[in-house]
Design a protein around this ligand. Structure first.
Ligand SMILES: *[C@@H]1O[C@H](CO)[C@@H](O)[C@H](O)[C@H]1NC(C)=O
Ligand SMILES: *[C@@H]1O[C@H](CO)[C@@H](O)[C@H](O)[C@H]1NC(C)=O
Ligand SMILES: *[C@@H]1O[C@H](CO)[C@@H](O)[C@H](O)[C@H]1NC(C)=O
Length: 473
């Protein structure tokens, strides 16, 4: 929803843009380049070389690369770490960690998978600027795709992955075909949980002192936390870190992401009757640029019969009821002790939580304070949803329409998901919104958690194996 702060068009007339995720740009000069990507890299490179904190060749450093192929963009993460007393030392500050995001997401290449190779090649080139050529062949590169790709059919997923593998095989990095994959939603949740608890210093400690994660992405939502309840094996994952085993509830609600849920809602309104139906989740007067049903991921192209004209008439309370109904759909079929969202098991909430991604962005948009932010979101959102679109445009001149109009929906969806469905009290002090955590302000990005698990030599059960570990509980 909220774009990264530094976004520059690389090529005119192309949807690509790049983001360089350095928070304080001391040594790196950001230039707008209208000619070629190559020139851009040269500029980065010369500056890096001059700076004392650049990635100089030192034999003691190790490197790792993860390409996060998300629904809205593809981000390459470069990690540099080293070994002290036989253990890896990680640092996600600006000296040892860099990332670059290109848009659109890989799933946008569904109609023409071959074209995905240019984007992946650009990301590989970026990595090669920083990683000394002498260590490329011992530096792993992995491409992990998430919900945008998960929503494509298997054939198309594999076609796109195969294109990326071709690029990665000849990249000079250490690569195995299985390292380019679509990861499961619960993997993504586990990785996010790992980086959060690593940042907070709770990874390696008492399982019940860890912090859970709720995240609202574009195409899915994840809930991940340590629970002492019985968790059916399909929702239970066990990871070990140090000498501690963590039994974690983790589930990804595919299609419950903010963008997919909003499109589903809009589609159901359009199919809900004849004549004019009211859309309470869009501020009154908003008409321009209504998203077509197919656009954002190329995944919603299924035929739907559009019978009604939808009229924007923002009303937070009505929107909250409508989104709550979406979240409850199918609950009557709940085969478990309790279901919070649809017919999916979720144990009772336990411990502290961080709410990230769109939970964070929407809270920031409404300038909410940390304390009791969920309860404060309600009046702020009521006023936003009920406002005329033209007034909102005046009030927020710098925010793009396609983002601005979504805050009515997202705020209602957040309250109906976190409070009405999952059961967080509105003034619950245990849940905070965040995009970074810990003393070092570590970004809460699942790719960092994946990097830790790949390199910490932690025992980690992929998929169903965790079920065998249930015995200790
Ligand atoms: C996946 O999509 C392709 C292209 O649209 C189609 O030809 C194919 O039949 C689909 N495969 C499955 C398993 O749905
Ligand atoms: C969706 O895409 C198809 C072809 O890609 C196009 O024919 C159709 O008009 C689109 N539908 C909408 C609602 O934009
Ligand atoms: C919004 O909808 C609720 C419930 O239908 C209604 O009570 C309220 O008056 C509406 N608010 C506005 C400003 O129209």
């Amino acid at each position: 929803m909220v774009e990264d702060p530094l976004m520059v068009q690389i090529l005119p007339d192309q949807p690509s843009s790049y983001t360089f995720s350095k928070t304080k740009s001391k040594s790196i000069l950001l230039l707008i380049i209208t000619t070629t990507l190559g020139l851009l890299f040269v500029v980065f490179y010369s500056n890096i070389e001059l700076s004392s904190s650049g990635w100089n060749v030192k034999s003691s450093f190790r490197y790792s690369v993860i390409i996060d192929a998300g629904s809205s963009g593809t981000r390459v993460h470069l990690f540099r770490y080293w070994i002290e007393s036989g253990k890896p030392v990680f640092d996600f500050g600006e000296v040892n960690y860099l990332s670059l995001k290109l848009t659109p997401g890989l799933s946008a290449y569904a109609d023409n998978p071959v074209e995905a190779n240019t984007m992946v090649a650009h990301l590989v080139d970026f990595a090669k600027i920083f990683i000394p050529v002498g260590v490329l062949k011992v530096t792993d590169i992995r491409l992990m795709a998430t919900a945008g790709m998960r929503l494509l059919n298997e054939t198309v997923q594999q076609q796109i992955l195969e294109v990326t593998r071709k690029v990665l095989r000849s990249s000079g990095f250490m690569f195995r075909d299985e390292w380019a994959s679509v990861i499961s939603g619960s993997d993504e949740g586990i990785y996010a949980w790992v980086i959060a608890n690593y940042a907070l210093g709770s990874l390696g400690g008492d399982p019940f002192q860890t912090t859970g994660i709720v995240e609202l992405g574009g195409a899915s939502a994840q809930v991940t936390f340590v629970s002492s309840e019985f968790v059916p094996p399909e929702f239970s994952r066990t990871i070990s870190y140090g000498n501690v085993a963590y039994k974690i509830y983790s589930h990804s609600f595919l299609h419950y992401g903010q963008d997919t849920a909003q499109e589903d809602l809009y589609k159901s309104l359009q199919n809900s009757g004849k004549g004019t139906v009211i859309d309470p989740c869009t501020p009154k007067g908003y008409t321009a640029g209504k998203k077509s049903l197919n656009d954002s991921f190329g995944i919603l192209a299924e035929e739907s019969r559009l019978t009604a004209t939808v009229q924007a008439a923002g009303n937070f309370s009505q929107c909250r009821s409508l989104t709550f109904a979406m979240l409850q759909k199918g609950k009557e079929n709940c085969p478990y002790k309790h279901c919070s969202i649809g017919s999916t098991f979720t144990p009772n909430l336990q411990g502290k939580f961080l709410a990230k991604e769109q939970f964070y962005h929407t809270s920031k948009f409404f300038e909410l304070e940390e304390k009791a932010w969920l309860s404060k979101m309600i009046p702020a959102a009521k006023s936003f949803c009920g406002e005329e679109w033209s007034k909102l445009k005046e009030k927020y001149p710098t925010i793009k329409d396609r983002y601005l109009h979504g805050y009515c929906f997202s705020s209602a969806y957040i309250v109906s998901m976190l409070h009405d469905s999952l059961g967080f009290a509105l003034d619950d002090e245990r849940i905070k919104f965040a995009e970074k955590a810990g003393a070092k302000n570590t970004p809460l990005d699942w790719a960092l958690g994946a990097f830790i698990l790949n390199n910490a030599k932690a025992r980690y059960d992929y998929g169903g194996k965790s079920r065998k570990n249930l015995g200790f509980f």
